[in-house]
Design a protein around this ligand. Structure first.
Ligand code: AHR
Length: 631
């Protein structure tokens, strides 16, 4: 193989490798959003879902669910509890597949309460382990006859995967309760009511170039009424209207119903997280069309204004200063500095004439007011390969900025498509490989695995993305997260339970590309041709102008080892010691798991460079990243 280290072919965008986030597979509620109480504000279709009335020692009382929708349409339900005995009456919450709590960690219990009678009803909160033992407790005495928030902290004496929370009420009287909540004190950046630190850390470790949010199909909704509306996802959490999650009824055999979006992880939190992990924010907004795989409901083009206004207001929210309405709101929410929004998606997985019609109106309105904002346009999934071509041609004619292509395909497709962008029109729109993942069985199959064969095929494909970095500016694997006990879609990048998480082999592929991204692609060739499948090998090379290194990425997809030699031209030479990181397994079915999180994970060592030649033994079924430091 030859590497021409002085012939820059393409600049690699800082955004090249990023993250796709969607609240699917309990990614947000029950996942990264650290709230431990499920149905905290009684807004599920069955308002007492996840709650159980508890009685002990002859305790008695009654619970009514009150609907105050005229007064509080965004948070209509609360419970009124008539405590009829001095003690022994209350309720418990099951959490999201239980509550994961850790020994010695502090938890904050809070609620909105209002005493209805002269006698103040007292709360005794108990955290109980799987065997029913009390592992943490606290008392709270609400005193006001108006709604007020109360909170108390306590520690857990044990680590338990599936704890439950009991709230006992004592002293005869009537009390109203809403937004009953339990959060760990230790969250990402220790923000109160924040995110699970271990999960966000996994995102930070990817060193992502962008964070796309909030999806995915939940942007669209099955019907327009349950589309994602960013304005309802910011500000006080008790004012964020809960809706049923678009993924609630999907694959019922895997996830029981009761999958709601509380929006505790809302747009402000998404922007903050993107900032925390150094990723450029990429919000995707509804373009007036519900999911075309479901109802395909859409608003008439004459009624698009509120949707467009949401997009314009979002840009002002992210970038405007405190003299603007939405910039002021961001400032009031504690973030005076702008979020530096540079791009915005108009629709997710939309297609057809109706989409183009709406896209044109959106794009004109956005570009008229904010010409520098790049619009990400949907081309969606394309099982037959026709939709991409059609939309690509249309969007090229419309001077679109970035096209969001999705591929959920077989490992073979990924291997066969490493040259996908080699002959792509260099003058047209840029490509965002916005959702992709090799499917071990079939798209939508619950039997899909995050196995090494799939991850290796993705690595081979990504060498092709990187080689064409002048066209492909962004790429993200999808979906991102999945709870091992509650998911609708496989494969997924990161799996977790209530306490732990692990990165899949696919995660490590993403990470190796991202942390070794480099700044400029240089040619790596075999007989003057790109290395894109000859003898089952795939490779790309780039310079990192910040660290003064040459970075080689090499995939051997075969079952035999390959002794390869790189002849490097156009360089003043390299330091003798290079680092080589290998991701490998002889077993294509190998997977990581909560028990064996590192079964397939990167291993680093050093190798010797001889002048301008580098000889490497590339193991079967392996992906290697080699970094050579300039002399
Ligand atoms: O990633 C899961 C789903 O796949 C996304 O919601 C959607 O955009 C795609 O069809």
């Amino acid at each position: 193989y030859t590497i021409a280290a002085n012939q820059v072919k393409a600049h690699i965008q800082p955004t090249m490798y990023g993250i796709f986030f969607e609240d699917i597979n309990m990614a947000a509620d029950g996942g990264v959003y650290a709230e431990l109480i499920k149905n905290r504000s009684f807004e599920f279709a069955m308002p007492l879902a996840a709650w159980k009335i508890q009685k002990k020692d002859g305790g008695t009382g009654a619970i009514e669910v009150i609907n105050r929708s005229a007064e509080r349409p965004e948070n209509p339900h609360y419970i009124k509890v008539n405590v009829k005995s001095d003690d022994g009456y209350g309720l418990s919450n099951e959490g999201f597949r239980g509550m994961g709590v850790k020994e010695g960690e502090e938890y904050s219990f809070s609620l909105f309460a209002k005493q209805e009678s002269d006698n103040n009803v007292k709360l005794s909160v108990e955290l109980r382990g799987t065997d029913g033992a009390i592992i943490g407790k606290a008392e709270l005495l609400p005193t006001d006859k108006e709604w007020k928030r109360y909170s108390v902290k306590f520690k857990s004496a044990a680590t338990v995967q599936k704890a439950q929370l009991y709230v006992w009420l004592s002293g005869k009287g009537i009390i109203d309760m809403d937004m009953i909540s339990l959060f760990p004190e230790h969250t990402w950046k220790n923000r109160p009511g924040g995110l699970r630190a271990d999960l966000v850390q996994k995102l930070a470790d990817l060193k992502p170039g962008f964070l796309r949010f909030p999806g995915g199909c939940i942007v669209e909704g099955r019907e327009l009424s349950n589309r994602y509306q960013w304005k309802k996802s910011i500000g006080d959490i008790d004012k964020r209207e809960n809706i049923i999650n678009r993924w609630n009824t999907e694959f019922k055999h895997r996830l029981t119903p009761d999958y709601y979006q509380t929006f505790g992880l809302g747009f402000m939190e998404y922007f903050l997280t993107a900032e925390d992990i150094g990723a450029s924010p990429l919000p995707i907004l509804n373009c007036g069309m519900a999911c075309q795989f479901n109802t395909a409901e859409m608003v008439s083009v004459n009624d698009l204004d509120p949707y467009i206004q949401d997009a314009l207001d979002l840009i002002e929210f992210a970038n405007g200063d405190a003299s603007t309405k939405w910039g002021k709101l961001r400032t009031d929410l504690g973030h005076p500095a702008p979020f530096n929004l540079k791009m915005l998606g108009v629709g997710n997985e939309q297609w057809g004439e109706q989409y183009i019609e709406r896209w044109k109106i959106f794009t004109k309105a956005i570009k008229d007011k904010y010409p520098s904002i790049k619009i990400v346009s949907s081309v969606g999934p394309d099982p037959d390969g026709e939709r991409f071509d059609l939309l690509n041609t249309t969007f090229r004619g419309l001077n679109a900025d970035i096209l969001d292509e999705h591929y959920y395909r077989s490992p073979k497709w990924f291997l066969d498509n490493a040259r996908r962008y080699d002959n792509y029109d260099r003058k047209g729109p840029k490509i965002f490989a916005g959702e992709y993942a090799a499917q071990s069985v079939a798209t939508g199959s619950p039997d899909n695995k995050n196995n090494w064969d799939c991850a290796l095929a993705e690595a081979a494909f990504i060498t092709g993305l990187e080689r064409n970095a002048d066209v492909v500016n962004m790429a993200s694997y999808a979906p991102l997260f999945a709870h091992v006990e509650g998911w609708q879609w496989t494969p997924d990048l990161i799996w977790f339970d209530n306490l732990k998480s692990y990165g899949t082999p696919n995660y490590y592929v993403q990470q190796l590309f991202s942390v070794n991204k480099g700044t400029d692609v240089v040619p790596l060739t075999q007989n003057n041709d790109a290395v894109a499948g000859q003898d089952g090998c795939y490779a790309t090379a780039c310079l990192d102008n910040n660290t003064h290194e040459l970075i080689i990425k090499f995939v051997n997809s075969t079952t035999s080892a390959q002794n390869v030699s790189f002849n490097i031209t156009g360089s003043a030479g390299y330091q003798k010691q290079a680092t080589i990181t290998t991701l490998q397994s002889d077993n294509g079915n190998a997977e990581n798991s909560l028990e064996k999180p590192n079964a397939v994970s990167p291993v680093q060592r050093t190798i010797t460079v001889n002048g301008h030649t580098l000889k490497v033994n590339i193991e079967p079924r392996s992906f290697k990243v080699i970094r050579l430091k300039n002399k």
